[in-house]
Design a protein around this ligand. Structure first.
Ligand code: MLT
Ligand code: ZN
Length: 471
């Protein structure tokens, strides 16, 4: 053991936590704690006091009691795929890793429910659902690492929100441990259950500040009989309002004419150029002539290919289309969209802004944000993509130093001018905590503080996340 590890292990709290979770799951060696101390973006990092990996909800409760008595803050962490610094320490906290609470415990294709530990990865839950002809209605590129508990804590979105809503809408129940170590379970899975406040919905999106999710009950949907993906390249004639306006008009048309729209994702030429260069993928259909690309996915009981082809053929801005019906070809089309995040990361540490705009403002916002960022940071690389059908764009600025809040504030100020939300699906974390007060009415923020103080009076749960200045 290094001197630092010995010092950390010697501490009375470390000994108490090791006795609860076993020494093997109380990590003090910096070589072992390091992966828990930096988030996926590499922009947010801090040293943990130590990392505990409880193996049951009871152990989670005992860890919280011990930390509360010692006055030590706790940062809950799932798969560590967060992008706003909400799941990593700022300095001196105990990291509570939920990954050992993994495993699907129940899949019920009649009641359309799946129950699993908070540390279960999305991919494992998807596989268990697929084995009985169902799916979760939620999917995202980080599926192999993202855990269900973390997805609840951040109210994760992903590519199917347009049809099935975000994680909060997929939840039928949870088991959670509160700051004082007590726990509650709502795992009955009833279709209707109106008894008292919606604590399940409240914990969804609370980013580890109100309680720790230990088990998740999710609603399932039957796998559609037919699923079709179409990558549509759009070329816009002058005066027709730009690529985003064109792809939104196409999304509107598909919504009107085709049943079962499951995804409508936006990409642009600069992003696709980067994806192809970074990953070796061949250029997509319509490249480089098109201005924007729309990736559509439709699923339902009957084949939508003919209706879709007719509609795309009649649209004045459609330059070219690639259609895929089998899973392999669909995945090949999805790679262009899903590999944006890793491709951007090859450029350096990105300022990642995940924003949502009103439908009527999205196209103007897209043009405007490009202009203001280019003017302020002419050397920066700017890559936009996102969930166009939800009004959700991911704005990525690479170049300015990671600790410079300037690009973040510039983009978020632009979002505010257009009446949008500064957090569509990634959460507030530490990145956007200064924006809570700027985004909500004073009475709204006061009610959030009242809930926080009532459920976590000692302020041990993820202080410094969500609220400006922390507890
Ligand atoms: C995505 O939609 O791919 C994710 O939100 C990740 C990202 O914004 O980079
Ligand atoms: Zn996203």
């Amino acid at each position: 053991m290094t001197a630092e590890a010995t010092g950390r292990a010697d501490d009375a709290l470390a000994r108490e936590l090791a006795a609860i979770v076993s020494p093997a799951h109380c990590l003090v060696d910096p070589a072992l704690t390091a992966p828990y101390e930096v988030d996926w973006t590499r922009r947010f990092a801090g040293r943990a006091r130590l990392v505990v990996r409880p193996g049951s909800a009871a152990e989670v409760g005992r860890v919280l009691v011990a930390c509360g008595a010692a006055g030590v803050a706790v940062v809950a962490q799932g798969g560590n795929t967060g992008l706003v610094g909400g799941g990593v320490p700022r300095g001196g906290e105990v990291v509570l890793s939920l990954r050992r609470l993994a495993g699907v415990e129940r899949v019920d294709p009649e009641a359309l429910l799946l129950e699993a530990g908070a540390g279960t990865t999305l991919a494992d839950a998807q596989a268990a659902a697929a084995a009985v002809g169902c799916e979760l209605g939620i999917d995202l590129a980080a599926r192999d690492s993202a855990t269900l508990g973390g997805m609840v804590a951040t109210n994760a979105g992903g590519i199917h929100v347009i049809r099935h809503g975000p994680m909060r809408a997929r939840l039928a129940g949870i088991e959670a441990v509160l700051a004082d170590g007590s726990s509650f379970a709502r795992l009955g899975g009833l279709v209707k259950d109106n008894v008292g406040y919606d604590l399940v919905g409240l914990l969804a999106g609370s980013e580890g500040t109100l309680g720790v999710v230990t088990k998740v009950l999710l609603r399932l949907v039957p796998v559609p009989k037919v699923r079709v993906a179409a990558l549509v390249a759009l070329s816009v004639r002058p005066g027709r309002g730009g690529g985003t306006a064109a792809l939104l008009s196409l999304v509107d048309a598909v919504r009107r004419e085709v049943e079962g729209l499951e995804a409508a994702e936006a990409m642009y030429r600069d992003g696709l150029e980067l994806v192809c260069a970074a990953t070796g993928l061949a250029p997509p259909v319509g490249f480089p002539a098109a201005d924007a690309w729309l990736l559509l996915e439709v699923g339902g009981p009957s084949d939508p290919t003919d209706t879709l082809a007719e509609l795309l053929g009649a649209h004045p801005d459609v330059l070219d289309t690639a259609v895929a019906t089998d899973a392999g070809t669909r995945a090949a089309l999805w790679a262009y969209r899903e590999r944006h995040t890793e491709a951007i990361a090859t450029l350096g540490v990105a300022h990642k802004l995940d924003v949502c705009l009103p439908r009527a403002e999205l196209a103007t916002f897209e043009a405007n944000v490009r202009e203001v960022v280019r003017r302020a940071y002419p050397e920066a690389r700017l890559v936009l993509f996102g969930h166009a059908g939800d009004g959700n764009l991911h704005v990525n600025v690479v170049g300015p130093p990671a600790d410079d809040p300037g690009p973040d504030d510039l983009v978020l100020e632009t979002v505010r001018r257009f009446g949008g939300s500064v957090s569509a699906e990634h959460g507030i974390g530490v990145q956007k905590r200064a924006w809570l007060d700027r985004s909500r009415d004073p009475a709204d923020v006061a009610a959030m503080w009242a809930l926080k103080r009532a459920l976590d009076p000692r302020g041990i749960l993820n202080p410094g996340a969500v609220f400006p200045g922390g507890q």
